[in-house]
Ligand binder design. Structure first.
Ligand SMILES: [Zn+2]
Length: 297
């Protein structure tokens, strides 16, 4: 297995993805689009191409453990499929023949780069980043200060009111939803991919809190709640109260509203972002149960 005890910046992700693809010829690697700064957004797929589950990570710059978790899980799936060995107690290879897995390890590559390497990674937006942030290690947004998970077209106007009530009315390290929904290429890339591919379900990985969110509005399918309850049972993560989470603007919210199919947000780890790299292995052990179940349930 690849060493995942590393900071998954652009170059490191590329090395990891290349080495997985070299080893397992049945993996499909493509790009879903480009970030504001022109960084490519990777998509990896394994298994059946008709019925697919989508896992996305790295929405928020400092939440890089989610990137590592998705890459590691993907490699484990490929290994199990090739060698016909179990993963997390399941014959995952057989399940993947029925329900394929697509991952976008890093939805917001500019944000991850800024959080890991500082404002210089924002290229022509360097001065904007420096103006609004004095600690780029905590950076969450994309390179021009829009929070991708506030930029989806689901309850966006209500979310905008809440942002304004918190005095967030322009580019910010976190929680600025942009001037209109889907204003950002990273958001558009994801909605376009989902409309093209018809995923059966989607899970967005964030950190932190060891929590699960599974509903948005009245269109939430009952399977979303059942998945959340199964995830909670295998991980000990708490399911967050639907009233508190009807905030809108997020990928999960949009997916539920648009397709009326299950979508969940899973908050990995516990502490303050950025969580230290040393938390990864232990947190991954817990999360692996959820990652397996999202495919086999
Ligand atoms: Zn997040």
């Amino acid at each position: 297995m690849i060493n995942y005890n590393v900071f998954p910046d652009c170059k490191t992700r590329k090395d990891i993805i290349n080495s997985i693809c070299e080893k397992y010829s049945f993996i499909k690697h493509s790009f879903a689009g480009k970030s504001v700064c022109g960084r490519y957004i990777d998509v990896l797929h394994i298994g059946n191409t008709k019925n697919r589950v989508l896992y996305c990570g790295g929405f928020h710059g400092s939440e890089y453990l989610t990137i590592l978790a998705l890459l590691k899980f993907f490699e484990e799936c490929a290994f199990s499929m090739k060698n016909d060995t179990p993963l997390g107690g399941y014959n995952i290879g057989n399940f993947l023949k029925i329900r394929g897995l697509t991952i976008i390890p890093c939805v917001n590559p500019d944000g991850a780069e800024i959080a890991l390497h500082g404002s210089g990674s924002a290229m022509k937006y360097k001065s904007l980043v420096e103006k609004v942030s004095d600690n780029t290690r905590k950076w969450q947004a994309n390179a021009r200060g829009v929070d991708i998970n506030h930029n989806f077209n689901a309850g966006w106007s209500e979310l905008k009111k809440r942002e304004l009530s918190l005095n967030i009315n322009g580019p910010s390290p976190t929680r600025f939803g942009g001037n209109f929904p889907e204003s950002e290429p990273e958001t558009k890339m994801l909605t376009r991919l989902c409309r093209n591919i018809n995923f059966e379900r989607a899970v967005a990985f964030h950190s932190q809190g060891r929590e699960i969110y599974c509903s948005f509005g009245n269109n939430t399918p009952s399977l979303s709640f059942r998945l959340a309850s199964a995830f909670s049972q295998v991980s000990g993560y708490n399911i967050s109260n639907p009233e508190e989470i009807a905030t809108g603007g997020g990928f999960k919210d949009w997916f539920i509203e648009e397709f009326k199919r299950p979508a969940l947000t899973v908050e990995m780890g516990l502490g303050e972002n950025p969580l230290p790299l040393s938390d990864f292995e232990d947190e991954y052990k817990i999360l692996q149960n959820i990652l397996c179940l999202g495919v086999v349930f």
